[in-house]
Ligand binder design. Structure first.
Ligand code: MN
Length: 225
């Protein structure tokens, strides 16, 4: 192996390490039960501080209440009950979390993306019309499907996706995420509901809309589901 090859190999290994660390890291211990930062001035690095393992207890790995339907009485007709690291401290560093999503008849989870996780969904009640759109480079292709009870769909990390209940009865889904803290960016909220507002002239050009319509959209209340 000559010097150039060694250099290329080393660069590749460096890149592979970077890619691997771009996701929730694999834990180097059995668990790392999260505690709130006892010192607000401390540096907060990709996760939370760990409880001394000898003080960990079963409750750190436990959550109760996903049998309870969320309140869907809002503008989008859906509700998300999160079981993330904030609700279950034992999830810290484990790279996984769970939510229950309730949909009123014709309710939806509006177009959104999760910056840190792939999402896998199973319908346990009712019906859902779901889909995701690929990136610009892949032609913004829509992959969509109508799901019935027991059907499963996966939404790749970072891609814009939605779920809509086309039925006259409520729908319920459970969703697993490949992150303890997947994050959610609801497109309408981020674009039209940012704080402070994005210059409406910019949005008018971006969306090919009259500026007055943009200003109306910016005055609306956007439900963060
Ligand atoms: Mn989602």
């Amino acid at each position: 192996m000559n010097g150039v090859n060694i250099l290329l190999t080393l660069s590749f290994l460096g890149l592979a390490t970077f890619i691997a660390s771009a996701y929730d890291p694999s834990p180097l211990q059995d668990f790392c039960v999260a505690i709130d930062d006892p010192n607000k001035a401390s540096v907060f690095v990709n996760g939370k501080f760990c409880k001394d393992p000898k003080y960990a207890k079963a409750e750190d790995f436990f959550f109760s209440g996903l049998n309870i339907a969320g309140d869907t009485n809002n503008k989008v007709g859906s509700n998300v009950t999160h079981v993330d690291v904030d609700k279950m401290p034992g999830l810290n560093t484990l790279g996984i979390s769970l939510v229950r999503v309730d949909f009123a008849p014709y309710g939806e989870s509006p177009p959104h993306t999760h910056p840190r996780a792939t999402e896998i969904l199973v319908v346990v009640e009712g019906q859902l019309s779901v889909g995701f759109v690929t990136s610009n480079q892949d032609g913004n292709r829509l992959f969509s499907k109508v799901l019935n009870k027991g059907d499963v769909f996966v939404f790749p990390i970072g891609l814009i996706h939605f779920q809509f209940n086309p039925g006259k009865v409520p729908a319920v889904a459970f969703v697993g995420f490949g992150s303890q803290n997947p994050g959610t960016i609801t497109i309408a909220n981020a674009v039209f509901g940012s704080n402070p507002a994005i210059n409406p002239e910019i949005l008018a050009k971006a969306f090919q809309l009259d500026q007055k319509i943009v200003e109306q959209l910016q005055k609306k209340f956007w439900v963060a589901n």
